[in-house]
Design a protein around this ligand. Structure first.
Ligand code: HAM
Length: 403
């Protein structure tokens, strides 16, 4: 049997890097005042339809959706934001007059065509900040992503855009549709379909002949209302004054429908065609749209698998103990000793009696700091032979002394 297509095991060195990414990102998020939240992997399908959007590829084509034994229409989460917003409303946090900041990580599921960097089960680390309407919060979210990638040693480029609000977006949408209708014939099938379902997504079509035709299409950043324009300017000036390089990408629209105002992506040219390593933005209407009290919000998520190969683990020091006996009778002593040491230390036990050379090889393989070996002489004397594998010094101590 094999794992399903687009789903994979993570083990050995890779799993260490996987955990290192989560630990590093969690540490940075805590510095920015975020707290851990855990939400279910399975949610009502309607939650994603309403938040991510019926016309998005994620909802339209990629959901792991089924009817459970109770007849409920459910779905494995394709992303983290919707569930966190649901939890925010369900726990009545929208009724409190304060901000809430959450971080999370875990598996997400999208039935996509698998390729390098694109899986059907993948893992995200993400954050959601509720209750802060000011664009300064968007700035700090971008800064936090930068800090995470800097600490992990991952290179990136930042792209930003503004997607407007309920005042300017509908007007812009109308004028975009009008201009898309004029070039309809030359656009690809997907784009033609999107003119009526999701015209904004036409802008980020990967097809170069579509992009050529789209050159003269109106851009949202040239059609922002006063408030959105002010916020976008402010975001750029905050990034400038922090010496953060970015590119304004007028075609950056994101694949999820809930965004308003700031949208951003971190891309890497070291990870292949799927270059987006993180994405996010503001979604000021979503809480209200899902039945909560109107609450501004902004967040991001990064794809752990996309950066797994780029992350280098910090140098590891030797740690813990390797315990072995050279004679069968020594094993009982080893077992007693291990129980005591394991209260505080990492311990590897070798159950089989082996030569000293074989034990030292085993100790080296597990990266132990000390090898504790009981041979025939040591057993008779109630002692243990110890080698410090860092300093290479050797000694003999009584079993009681060590325990
Ligand atoms: P997203 O852009 O759909 O945003 O996903 C975020 C990141 O997840 C991507 O930049 C990418 O690194 C990774 N990713 C997405 N799909 C796959 C896949 N099939 N295989 C591997 N990695 C993938 C969101 O999900 C939003 N919820 C982010 C957000 C949070 N916005 C506001 N708050």
């Amino acid at each position: 049997m094999k794992s399903l297509r687009g789903m994979r095991d993570i083990l050995f060195e890779e799993s260490e890097r996987f955990n290192f990414i989560i630990d590093t990102a969690s540490k940075v998020a805590k510095r920015y005042g975020f707290e851990y939240i855990e939400t279910p992997l399975l949610e009502e399908t309607a939650l994603f339809k309403r938040s991510v959007g019926e016309s998005s590829d994620i909802v339209g084509k990629e959901m792991y959706q089924f009817i459970d034994k109770g007849g409920n229409d459910v779905c494995l989460r394709p992303e983290g934001t919707a569930g966190v917003v649901r939890a925010f409303i369900q726990n009545r946090l929208d009724r409190q007059q304060r901000d809430f900041k959450f971080f999370y990580y875990g598996p997400m599921f999208r039935y996509e065509r698998p390729q390098k960097g694109r899986l059907r089960e993948f893992h995200q680390f993400g954050v959601e900040s509720f209750g802060e309407a000011r664009v300064e919060e968007d700035f700090f979210i971008i800064l936090m992503v930068r800090d995470i990638f800097d600490e992990l040693g991952v290179g990136y480029k930042i792209k930003i855009n503004s997607l407007g609000c309920s005042e300017c977006m509908p007007k812009y949408r109308e004028s975009l549709i009008k201009s898309l209708e004029e070039i309809r014939e030359g656009l690809c099938q997907d784009c033609q379909r999107r003119i009526s379902t999701n015209p904004i997504r036409v802008l980020d079509c990967k097809n170069s002949s579509c992009q050529e035709l789209l050159k003269d299409a109106p851009k949202i950043t040239d059609n922002l209302c006063q408030e959105c324009n002010r916020d976008f300017k402010r975001l750029k000036s905050l990034l400038d004054s922090a010496n953060i390089e970015y590119e304004v990408d007028k075609n950056l629209v994101r694949g999820l429908d809930y965004y308003t105002k700031s949208a951003f992506e971190f891309v890497s040219d070291e990870v292949g065609a799927q270059s987006a390593i993180a994405g996010g933005g503001r979604y000021d209407r979503l809480v209200e749209f899902l039945g909560g009290k109107k609450t501004p919000a902004v967040g991001f998520a990064l794809g752990i698998e996309r950066i797994l190969e780029l992350v280098k683990l910090p140098e590891k020091n030797r740690e813990g103990y390797y315990l072995g006996a050279m004679v069968e009778d020594g094993l009982s002593e080893i077992i007693k000793l291990a129980q005591k040491l394991r209260k505080n230390e990492k311990v590897k036990i070798e159950y089989l009696p082996k030569s000293l050379k074989a034990h030292l090889k085993g100790a080296d393989r597990v990266g132990a700091k000390y090898a504790l070996i009981i041979g025939e002489d040591e057993l008779k004397a109630g002692k243990v032979w110890i080698k410090d594998l860092e300093s290479k010094s050797e000694s003999i101590k009584s079993i009681e002394e060590i325990a």
